[in-house]
Design a protein around this ligand. Structure first.
Ligand code: ZN
Length: 138
């Protein structure tokens, strides 16, 4: 009985220091269920994992699989939005070229392919060449 009580005391001490269930279970060599059971008994919320943001290096608390802190996540979302807008704009111009000057279109595409690689060109021209009556790829 006293052993159980002292274990509980150790669990509490680590919990109050901010350790997660997993960390407490590892540190004390008890099962994670023991820790969870103790927490539920006292109706305590699980501590969040301390994570290091892969982008800015700041420590943040999170129990999901997030790699980035909330601020960086916001920023990345914004950047992705801008990238998408740019891609849409380039596609618009490429489509215009394709319909008005196929030769120039081909020249631009070839240049892009050489400089940025086929993956880049595939993304920018996706769906564009399917309805063409002539084969641009020779
Ligand atoms: Zn960050």
């Amino acid at each position: 009985m006293s052993r159980t009580i002292s274990k509980e005391g150790e669990i509490r001490r680590l919990y109050e220091e901010g350790y997660t269930d997993e960390e407490i279970s590892e540190k004390l060599g008890v099962s994670i269920w023991t820790v969870r059971h103790w927490r539920r008994k006292y109706r305590l919320k699980a501590n969040l994992k301390r994570k290091i943001c892969h982008l800015c290096g700041k420590i943040f608390l999170d129990n999901s699989k997030a790699k980035y802190c909330p601020e960086c996540r916001e920023e990345l979302k914004r950047i992705r939005g801008i990238q998408f807008q740019i891609i849409k704009k380039i596609r618009y111009h490429l489509y215009f070229l394709l319909n008005n000057s196929p030769e120039t279109f081909m020249r631009v595409i070839k240049e892009m392919e050489e400089e940025e690689g086929p993956e880049f060109v595939r993304l920018l021209t996706k769906g564009m060449l399917e309805n063409q009556s002539f084969n641009l790829r020779k």
